[in-house]
Design a protein around this ligand. Structure first.
Ligand code: NAI
Length: 358
Protein backbone atom coordinates (compact mmCIF):
# COMPACT_ATOMS: atom_id res chain seq x y z
CA UNK A 1 0.00 0.00 0.00
CA UNK A 2 1.07 3.59 -0.53
CA UNK A 3 1.83 5.71 2.52
CA UNK A 4 2.41 9.41 1.86
CA UNK A 5 3.98 11.78 4.39
CA UNK A 6 4.24 15.56 4.13
CA UNK A 7 6.96 16.77 6.50
CA UNK A 8 9.23 19.79 6.78
CA UNK A 9 12.75 19.86 5.36
CA UNK A 10 15.55 19.51 7.87
CA UNK A 11 18.44 19.92 5.42
CA UNK A 12 21.83 20.02 7.18
CA UNK A 13 20.29 20.10 10.67
CA UNK A 14 18.45 16.80 10.04
CA UNK A 15 21.63 15.11 8.81
CA UNK A 16 23.54 16.28 11.89
CA UNK A 17 20.72 15.59 14.37
CA UNK A 18 18.95 12.26 13.84
CA UNK A 19 16.49 13.11 16.61
CA UNK A 20 14.89 15.57 14.17
CA UNK A 21 12.52 12.74 13.34
CA UNK A 22 9.74 14.88 11.90
CA UNK A 23 11.78 15.92 8.86
CA UNK A 24 11.78 14.75 5.26
CA UNK A 25 15.28 13.40 5.82
CA UNK A 26 14.54 11.32 8.92
CA UNK A 27 11.01 10.29 7.87
CA UNK A 28 9.57 9.92 11.38
CA UNK A 29 11.81 6.89 11.73
CA UNK A 30 9.22 4.88 9.74
CA UNK A 31 11.10 4.22 6.52
CA UNK A 32 12.74 0.84 7.22
CA UNK A 33 9.74 -0.52 9.06
CA UNK A 34 7.30 0.37 6.26
CA UNK A 35 9.53 -0.89 3.46
CA UNK A 36 10.27 -4.14 5.35
CA UNK A 37 6.53 -4.77 5.23
CA UNK A 38 6.45 -4.13 1.50
CA UNK A 39 4.76 -0.74 1.61
CA UNK A 40 5.64 2.18 -0.61
CA UNK A 41 6.57 5.20 1.52
CA UNK A 42 6.70 8.60 -0.17
CA UNK A 43 7.99 11.49 1.94
CA UNK A 44 7.95 15.07 0.69
CA UNK A 45 7.82 18.70 1.74
CA UNK A 46 6.51 19.77 -1.67
CA UNK A 47 2.87 20.51 -0.94
CA UNK A 48 1.50 23.50 -2.87
CA UNK A 49 -0.15 23.41 -6.28
CA UNK A 50 -1.43 20.62 -8.52
CA UNK A 51 2.07 19.57 -9.61
CA UNK A 52 3.38 19.20 -6.07
CA UNK A 53 4.38 15.74 -4.83
CA UNK A 54 1.63 15.93 -2.22
CA UNK A 55 -1.15 16.61 -4.70
CA UNK A 56 0.15 14.03 -7.18
CA UNK A 57 0.60 11.18 -4.69
CA UNK A 58 -2.57 11.85 -2.70
CA UNK A 59 -4.51 10.46 -5.67
CA UNK A 60 -3.59 6.86 -4.84
CA UNK A 61 -2.24 6.93 -1.28
CA UNK A 62 -4.09 4.87 1.36
CA UNK A 63 -2.49 6.53 4.39
CA UNK A 64 -1.55 10.20 4.66
CA UNK A 65 0.74 11.42 7.42
CA UNK A 66 0.99 15.19 7.94
CA UNK A 67 2.25 17.55 10.62
CA UNK A 68 0.78 20.86 11.71
CA UNK A 69 4.25 22.44 11.41
CA UNK A 70 4.34 22.21 7.61
CA UNK A 71 0.72 21.41 6.91
CA UNK A 72 -0.30 19.55 3.80
CA UNK A 73 -3.69 21.22 3.36
CA UNK A 74 -6.08 18.40 2.55
CA UNK A 75 -9.00 20.29 1.05
CA UNK A 76 -12.40 18.91 0.06
CA UNK A 77 -11.25 19.08 -3.57
CA UNK A 78 -8.15 16.98 -2.85
CA UNK A 79 -10.20 14.51 -0.82
CA UNK A 80 -12.47 14.04 -3.83
CA UNK A 81 -9.40 13.06 -5.88
CA UNK A 82 -7.96 10.78 -3.17
CA UNK A 83 -9.73 7.64 -4.26
CA UNK A 84 -7.78 5.19 -2.02
CA UNK A 85 -7.40 7.35 1.07
CA UNK A 86 -8.58 5.65 4.28
CA UNK A 87 -6.47 7.05 7.10
CA UNK A 88 -4.99 10.48 7.90
CA UNK A 89 -2.54 10.62 10.76
CA UNK A 90 -1.49 13.96 12.22
CA UNK A 91 2.00 13.58 13.66
CA UNK A 92 1.30 16.00 16.48
CA UNK A 93 -1.92 17.64 17.66
CA UNK A 94 -4.36 19.75 15.59
CA UNK A 95 -5.97 18.47 12.39
CA UNK A 96 -7.59 21.66 11.13
CA UNK A 97 -5.46 21.48 7.95
CA UNK A 98 -7.73 18.61 6.90
CA UNK A 99 -11.29 19.29 5.75
CA UNK A 100 -12.78 17.20 8.54
CA UNK A 101 -16.37 17.43 7.28
CA UNK A 102 -15.27 16.05 3.91
CA UNK A 103 -13.35 13.28 5.69
CA UNK A 104 -16.51 12.35 7.61
CA UNK A 105 -18.49 12.17 4.37
CA UNK A 106 -15.88 9.97 2.68
CA UNK A 107 -15.38 7.61 5.70
CA UNK A 108 -11.73 8.67 5.96
CA UNK A 109 -10.49 8.36 9.53
CA UNK A 110 -8.45 11.20 11.02
CA UNK A 111 -6.25 10.50 14.03
CA UNK A 112 -3.80 12.61 16.02
CA UNK A 113 -1.08 11.68 18.48
CA UNK A 114 -3.12 13.23 21.27
CA UNK A 115 -1.11 14.65 24.14
CA UNK A 116 2.23 14.12 22.37
CA UNK A 117 3.35 17.74 22.53
CA UNK A 118 0.97 19.41 24.96
CA UNK A 119 3.63 20.00 27.61
CA UNK A 120 6.01 21.32 24.94
CA UNK A 121 3.41 23.91 23.91
CA UNK A 122 2.44 24.80 27.48
CA UNK A 123 6.06 25.52 28.33
CA UNK A 124 6.40 27.70 25.23
CA UNK A 125 3.23 29.64 26.09
CA UNK A 126 4.47 30.32 29.63
CA UNK A 127 7.78 31.51 28.18
CA UNK A 128 5.93 33.76 25.70
CA UNK A 129 3.70 35.23 28.42
CA UNK A 130 6.73 36.07 30.55
CA UNK A 131 8.71 37.44 27.62
CA UNK A 132 5.87 39.82 26.66
CA UNK A 133 4.90 40.95 30.15
CA UNK A 134 8.56 41.52 31.14
CA UNK A 135 9.47 43.09 27.74
CA UNK A 136 12.31 40.58 27.38
CA UNK A 137 12.84 40.44 23.61
CA UNK A 138 13.43 44.20 23.05
CA UNK A 139 15.77 44.16 26.07
CA UNK A 140 17.87 41.39 24.55
CA UNK A 141 17.86 43.03 21.11
CA UNK A 142 19.08 46.26 22.70
CA UNK A 143 22.07 44.45 24.16
CA UNK A 144 22.96 42.89 20.79
CA UNK A 145 22.77 46.33 19.19
CA UNK A 146 25.35 47.61 21.68
CA UNK A 147 22.89 49.96 23.47
CA UNK A 148 22.09 50.28 27.18
CA UNK A 149 18.94 52.29 27.97
CA UNK A 150 17.27 50.72 30.99
CA UNK A 151 14.36 53.16 31.06
CA UNK A 152 13.40 52.42 27.46
CA UNK A 153 12.83 48.79 28.44
CA UNK A 154 11.50 49.30 31.96
CA UNK A 155 8.70 51.56 30.71
CA UNK A 156 7.13 48.50 29.07
CA UNK A 157 8.07 45.86 31.67
CA UNK A 158 5.77 44.48 34.38
CA UNK A 159 5.58 41.56 36.82
CA UNK A 160 3.29 38.65 36.09
CA UNK A 161 2.49 38.53 39.79
CA UNK A 162 -0.83 40.24 40.44
CA UNK A 163 -2.06 40.00 36.83
CA UNK A 164 -5.14 38.17 35.58
CA UNK A 165 -4.34 35.44 33.06
CA UNK A 166 -7.08 33.66 31.11
CA UNK A 167 -7.11 30.78 28.64
CA UNK A 168 -9.52 30.44 25.73
CA UNK A 169 -9.82 26.65 25.70
CA UNK A 170 -8.82 24.78 28.82
CA UNK A 171 -8.16 21.29 27.55
CA UNK A 172 -4.80 19.54 27.73
CA UNK A 173 -2.67 22.56 26.81
CA UNK A 174 -4.76 25.36 28.34
CA UNK A 175 -5.00 23.62 31.69
CA UNK A 176 -1.26 22.83 31.68
CA UNK A 177 -0.45 26.49 31.08
CA UNK A 178 -2.67 27.55 33.96
CA UNK A 179 -1.18 24.85 36.21
CA UNK A 180 2.32 26.10 35.41
CA UNK A 181 1.29 29.67 36.27
CA UNK A 182 0.05 28.83 39.78
CA UNK A 183 3.41 29.60 41.49
CA UNK A 184 3.55 33.04 39.86
CA UNK A 185 0.85 34.33 42.25
CA UNK A 186 -1.32 35.85 39.55
CA UNK A 187 -4.29 37.83 40.82
CA UNK A 188 -6.59 35.29 39.22
CA UNK A 189 -6.56 32.52 36.61
CA UNK A 190 -9.60 32.39 34.32
CA UNK A 191 -10.80 30.19 31.49
CA UNK A 192 -13.38 30.29 28.74
CA UNK A 193 -14.37 26.89 27.37
CA UNK A 194 -17.70 25.29 26.61
CA UNK A 195 -16.60 22.34 28.69
CA UNK A 196 -15.84 22.68 32.41
CA UNK A 197 -12.38 21.56 33.48
CA UNK A 198 -12.29 18.09 35.03
CA UNK A 199 -12.59 18.38 38.83
CA UNK A 200 -9.05 17.15 39.53
CA UNK A 201 -7.55 19.70 37.12
CA UNK A 202 -9.73 22.47 38.48
CA UNK A 203 -8.56 21.61 42.00
CA UNK A 204 -4.93 22.00 40.93
CA UNK A 205 -5.38 25.42 39.29
CA UNK A 206 -8.31 26.98 41.08
CA UNK A 207 -9.31 28.81 37.88
CA UNK A 208 -12.62 30.62 37.50
CA UNK A 209 -14.71 29.85 34.43
CA UNK A 210 -16.22 32.85 32.62
CA UNK A 211 -19.01 31.88 30.26
CA UNK A 212 -19.27 35.01 28.12
CA UNK A 213 -16.22 35.63 25.95
CA UNK A 214 -16.49 39.43 25.95
CA UNK A 215 -16.82 39.45 29.71
CA UNK A 216 -13.86 37.04 29.85
CA UNK A 217 -11.44 39.10 27.74
CA UNK A 218 -12.43 42.32 29.51
CA UNK A 219 -11.11 40.86 32.79
CA UNK A 220 -7.77 39.50 31.51
CA UNK A 221 -4.37 41.16 31.46
CA UNK A 222 -3.08 38.19 29.46
CA UNK A 223 -5.17 36.03 27.13
CA UNK A 224 -3.69 32.73 25.97
CA UNK A 225 -5.40 30.87 23.13
CA UNK A 226 -5.63 27.08 23.37
CA UNK A 227 -8.70 25.98 21.42
CA UNK A 228 -8.62 24.05 18.14
CA UNK A 229 -9.31 25.89 14.89
CA UNK A 230 -12.82 25.17 13.62
CA UNK A 231 -15.80 27.15 12.31
CA UNK A 232 -16.50 28.45 15.83
CA UNK A 233 -12.98 29.78 16.45
CA UNK A 234 -11.88 30.98 13.00
CA UNK A 235 -11.32 34.75 13.22
CA UNK A 236 -12.55 34.75 16.82
CA UNK A 237 -10.08 37.43 17.89
CA UNK A 238 -11.24 40.14 15.51
CA UNK A 239 -11.72 43.92 15.78
CA UNK A 240 -15.01 43.47 17.60
CA UNK A 241 -13.68 41.13 20.29
CA UNK A 242 -10.46 43.14 20.63
CA UNK A 243 -12.59 46.19 21.46
CA UNK A 244 -13.56 44.35 24.68
CA UNK A 245 -9.95 43.58 25.70
CA UNK A 246 -8.32 45.57 28.50
CA UNK A 247 -6.17 48.34 27.01
CA UNK A 248 -2.52 47.29 27.13
CA UNK A 249 -3.22 43.56 27.53
CA UNK A 250 -1.13 40.80 25.99
CA UNK A 251 -2.17 37.90 23.73
CA UNK A 252 -0.31 34.61 23.38
CA UNK A 253 -1.64 32.31 20.67
CA UNK A 254 0.08 28.96 20.24
CA UNK A 255 -3.15 27.27 19.07
CA UNK A 256 -3.72 28.27 15.44
CA UNK A 257 -2.96 31.51 13.61
CA UNK A 258 -6.34 31.76 11.90
CA UNK A 259 -8.11 32.01 15.29
CA UNK A 260 -6.84 35.61 15.29
CA UNK A 261 -7.57 38.03 12.47
CA UNK A 262 -4.25 38.94 10.83
CA UNK A 263 -4.93 42.64 10.22
CA UNK A 264 -6.94 43.23 13.41
CA UNK A 265 -4.03 42.01 15.54
CA UNK A 266 -1.48 44.16 13.69
CA UNK A 267 -3.77 47.21 14.07
CA UNK A 268 -4.41 46.61 17.76
CA UNK A 269 -0.68 46.30 18.49
CA UNK A 270 0.18 49.40 16.51
CA UNK A 271 -2.51 51.47 18.23
CA UNK A 272 -1.56 50.32 21.74
CA UNK A 273 -4.89 48.60 22.34
CA UNK A 274 -2.82 45.49 23.00
CA UNK A 275 0.75 45.70 24.33
CA UNK A 276 1.99 42.46 22.86
CA UNK A 277 1.24 39.45 20.69
CA UNK A 278 3.26 36.25 20.68
CA UNK A 279 2.89 32.76 19.35
CA UNK A 280 4.25 30.37 16.80
CA UNK A 281 1.21 29.70 14.65
CA UNK A 282 0.27 31.56 11.48
CA UNK A 283 -2.85 31.68 9.32
CA UNK A 284 -0.83 30.07 6.52
CA UNK A 285 2.41 28.14 6.94
CA UNK A 286 5.15 28.78 6.02
CA UNK A 287 4.22 32.44 6.65
CA UNK A 288 4.82 34.68 3.63
CA UNK A 289 7.75 37.10 3.96
CA UNK A 290 5.42 40.11 4.02
CA UNK A 291 3.12 38.73 6.75
CA UNK A 292 2.47 41.69 9.13
CA UNK A 293 3.01 39.53 12.23
CA UNK A 294 6.69 39.15 11.36
CA UNK A 295 7.46 42.82 11.99
CA UNK A 296 4.48 44.41 13.77
CA UNK A 297 5.39 46.41 16.88
CA UNK A 298 3.62 48.13 19.76
CA UNK A 299 3.82 51.86 20.45
CA UNK A 300 7.17 51.35 22.24
CA UNK A 301 8.69 49.44 19.33
CA UNK A 302 8.38 46.01 20.98
CA UNK A 303 5.60 43.58 21.90
CA UNK A 304 6.25 41.05 19.13
CA UNK A 305 7.09 37.51 20.27
CA UNK A 306 6.39 35.61 17.05
CA UNK A 307 8.47 32.58 16.06
CA UNK A 308 8.15 29.92 13.37
CA UNK A 309 5.89 27.04 14.37
CA UNK A 310 8.14 25.03 16.65
CA UNK A 311 6.68 24.95 20.15
CA UNK A 312 5.25 21.47 19.66
CA UNK A 313 8.23 20.08 17.74
CA UNK A 314 10.98 20.03 20.36
CA UNK A 315 13.20 16.95 20.13
CA UNK A 316 11.31 15.49 23.10
CA UNK A 317 7.99 16.05 21.34
CA UNK A 318 9.29 14.57 18.07
CA UNK A 319 10.21 11.32 19.80
CA UNK A 320 6.67 11.08 21.20
CA UNK A 321 4.77 11.96 18.05
CA UNK A 322 6.95 9.74 15.85
CA UNK A 323 6.29 6.77 18.17
CA UNK A 324 2.58 7.64 18.31
CA UNK A 325 2.34 7.84 14.51
CA UNK A 326 3.87 4.39 14.16
CA UNK A 327 1.50 3.04 16.77
CA UNK A 328 -1.57 4.39 14.95
CA UNK A 329 -0.39 2.97 11.61
CA UNK A 330 0.43 -0.38 13.23
CA UNK A 331 -3.07 -0.54 14.75
CA UNK A 332 -4.51 0.21 11.32
CA UNK A 333 -2.48 -2.58 9.68
CA UNK A 334 -3.30 -5.16 12.35
CA UNK A 335 -6.90 -4.11 13.03
CA UNK A 336 -6.17 -3.41 16.68
CA UNK A 337 -8.46 -0.76 18.23
CA UNK A 338 -7.07 2.76 18.27
CA UNK A 339 -6.67 4.78 21.47
CA UNK A 340 -10.07 6.56 21.57
CA UNK A 341 -8.42 9.87 22.60
CA UNK A 342 -6.48 9.87 19.29
CA UNK A 343 -9.55 9.59 17.09
CA UNK A 344 -10.78 12.93 15.73
CA UNK A 345 -12.88 11.49 12.89
CA UNK A 346 -13.87 7.83 13.05
CA UNK A 347 -15.72 5.96 10.36
CA UNK A 348 -18.26 8.48 9.11
CA UNK A 349 -18.47 10.58 12.28
CA UNK A 350 -16.65 12.95 14.60
CA UNK A 351 -15.36 11.20 17.71
CA UNK A 352 -14.31 14.38 19.55
CA UNK A 353 -16.20 17.39 20.79
CA UNK A 354 -13.12 19.62 20.70
CA UNK A 355 -13.69 20.61 17.04
CA UNK A 356 -16.85 22.60 17.57
CA UNK A 357 -18.70 20.46 20.14
CA UNK A 358 -20.33 18.28 17.57
P1 NAI B 1 -7.82 19.60 23.73
O1 NAI B 1 -8.81 18.96 22.85
O2 NAI B 1 -7.29 18.85 24.92
O3 NAI B 1 -8.41 20.98 24.29
C1 NAI B 1 -9.06 21.90 23.48
C2 NAI B 1 -10.09 22.62 24.33
O4 NAI B 1 -10.63 23.70 23.56
C3 NAI B 1 -11.27 21.73 24.73
O5 NAI B 1 -11.45 21.78 26.13
C4 NAI B 1 -12.44 22.32 23.96
O6 NAI B 1 -13.67 22.20 24.68
C5 NAI B 1 -12.00 23.78 23.84
N1 NAI B 1 -12.70 24.51 22.79
C6 NAI B 1 -13.04 24.12 21.55
N2 NAI B 1 -13.69 25.10 20.91
C7 NAI B 1 -13.74 26.15 21.76
C8 NAI B 1 -14.28 27.45 21.68
N3 NAI B 1 -14.95 27.87 20.58
N4 NAI B 1 -14.15 28.27 22.74
C9 NAI B 1 -13.52 27.85 23.86
N5 NAI B 1 -13.00 26.62 24.01
C10 NAI B 1 -13.11 25.79 22.97
O7 NAI B 1 -6.63 20.06 22.79
P2 NAI B 1 -5.14 20.46 23.19
O8 NAI B 1 -4.28 19.25 23.18
O9 NAI B 1 -5.17 21.31 24.41
O10 NAI B 1 -4.72 21.33 21.92
C11 NAI B 1 -5.42 22.53 21.61
C12 NAI B 1 -4.95 23.07 20.28
O11 NAI B 1 -3.61 23.53 20.39
C13 NAI B 1 -4.87 22.03 19.15
O12 NAI B 1 -6.13 21.82 18.56
C14 NAI B 1 -3.90 22.67 18.21
O13 NAI B 1 -4.57 23.51 17.31
C15 NAI B 1 -3.00 23.51 19.12
N6 NAI B 1 -1.65 22.93 19.22
C16 NAI B 1 -0.58 23.69 18.84
C17 NAI B 1 0.69 23.15 18.85
C18 NAI B 1 1.88 23.97 18.49
O14 NAI B 1 2.93 23.40 18.18
N7 NAI B 1 1.81 25.28 18.51
C19 NAI B 1 0.94 21.76 19.24
C20 NAI B 1 -0.24 21.08 19.75
C21 NAI B 1 -1.50 21.65 19.68
Amino acid sequence: MKVLAVLYNGFKAAKQEPRLLGTVENKLGLSEWLSSQGHEFIVTSDKEGPNSDFQKHIKDAEILVTTPFHPGYLTRELISQAKNLKLCVTAGVGSDHIDLDAAVERNIQVLEVTGSNVTSVAEHAVMAILSLVRNYIPAHEMIERGDWQVADIARGAFDLEGKVVGSIGAGRIGSRILQRLVPFDCKELLYYDYAAMPAAVQASVNARRVKDIKDFVSQCDVVTVNAPLHQGTKGLINDELISHFKPGSWIVNTARGAIADREAIARALKSGKIAGYAGDVWDVQPAPKEHPWRTMKNTLGGGNGMTPHYSGTTLDAQARYAAGTRNIIENYFTGKPQNPADVIVGLGKYETKAYGQR
